[in-house]
Design a protein around this ligand. Structure first.
Ligand code: CP
Ligand code: NVA
Length: 308
């Protein structure tokens, strides 16, 4: 996988996803046992942020440090990029200094453009379209808690956003079933469904979009939700609160999932909107395991893309 970009999970083969999971597990164990694992000694990662972040920033930065390398936090507003320097120029300049570029931004096309001109791997740290590092982490976490992934059911309740899109691609890649419950008008884009659908045909994954959250949650192994208004949609907050009113992950909804279902959220969460405090803090919630696993899974991604 050396030299590859990671813009969406669709870009990876099923074997590559498995390699990431296997290495993440190894690195997690090494980290916990205090064993040396400096796979990226002397390597540098540039991290461009156009949007806020807690998990992505800290897990990538700490991850590079633990691997023996260094990460540079670059607030887009402080770069010439923020004053109009073209993405394609930024890509070629940064490629002369660093061994990899992670970017969080709005338009997915910007990341595609960056990858086109960069001569080092580009990693998508969230766009309006996808959040692949989070989705890979989530399915890795599901594997830790549920074992064999093939045929497991993930019910996603809420907005057909970057998280829903990335999870559809990841579930399709590993043979998991996924049902999205979303109000009409908020479905994931048809192009994403088509792309994920191509993989689903090969892996036996079943992908569905429904309007009824209770139908989606029925017999689910995993209940997943995300915010109703993503970064960049602040002005739509009031309208979205009304549109998604019936789409909350709460104890009533949890009752129709499997008794041993786990509850996931990529965080940050808005308690009282897409999830209740009770469920978020309840015994079935694994949200902080997901957050921790960002570190281990991204270290695996970095080692495979930037390492030797
Ligand atoms: N889940 C996630 O990406 O969190 P941050 O926005 O804090 O990076
Ligand atoms: N859908 C959310 C995910 C945050 C990690 C957003 O884009 O803001």
């Amino acid at each position: 996988m050396k030299g590859k970009h990671l813009l969406s999970v669709h870009d990876l083969s099923q074997a590559e996803v498995n390699r990431i999971f296997a290495l993440a597990k190894t690195l997690k164990n090494k980290q916990r046992q205090g064993e040396e694992h400096q796979l990226l000694k002397g390597k540098t990662l540039a991290m461009i942020f156009q949007k806020a972040s807690t998990r992505t920033r800290v897990s990538f930065e700490v991850g590079m440090w633990q691997l023996g390398g260094k990460a540079l936090f670059l607030n887009a507003g402080d770069l010439q990029l923020g004053r109009g320097e073209p993405v394609k120029d930024t890509a070629r300049v940064l490629s002369r200094y660093v061994d990899g570029i992670m970017i969080r931004t709005f338009a997915h096309d910007e990341v595609v453009e960056l990858a086109r001109y960069a001569t080092v791997p580009v990693i998508n740290g969230l766009t309006d379209l996808y959040h692949p590092c989070q989705a890979l982490t989530d399915i890795f976490t599901a594997w830790e808690f549920k074992g064999e992934l093939q045929g497991k059911k993930l019910a996603y309740i809420g907005d057909g956003n970057n998280m829903a899109n990335a999870l559809l691609e990841t579930c399709a890649k590993v043979g998991m079933h996924m049902t999205v419950a979303t109000p009409p008008g908020y479905e994931p884009p048809a192009a994403v469904l088509a792309e994920a659908g191509n993989d689903a045909r090969f892996t036996g994954s079943r992908l569905e979009i429904v309007a009824d959250p209770f139908a989606a949650a029925q017999d689910a192994d995993i209940l997943y939700t995300d915010v109703w208004a993503s970064m960049g949609q602040e002005k739509e907050q009031v309208a979205r609160r009304a549109a998604f009113a019936g789409y909350q992950v709460n104890s009533e909804l949890l009752k129709v999932a499997k008794p041993d279902a786990i509850v996931m959220h990529c965080l940050p969460a808005h308690r009282g909107e897409e999830i209740t405090d009770e469920v978020m803090e309840g015994s079935q919630s694994v949200v902080f395991d997901q957050a921790e696993n960002r570190l281990h899974v991204q270290k695996a991604i970095l080692a495979l893309l930037l390492g030797n």
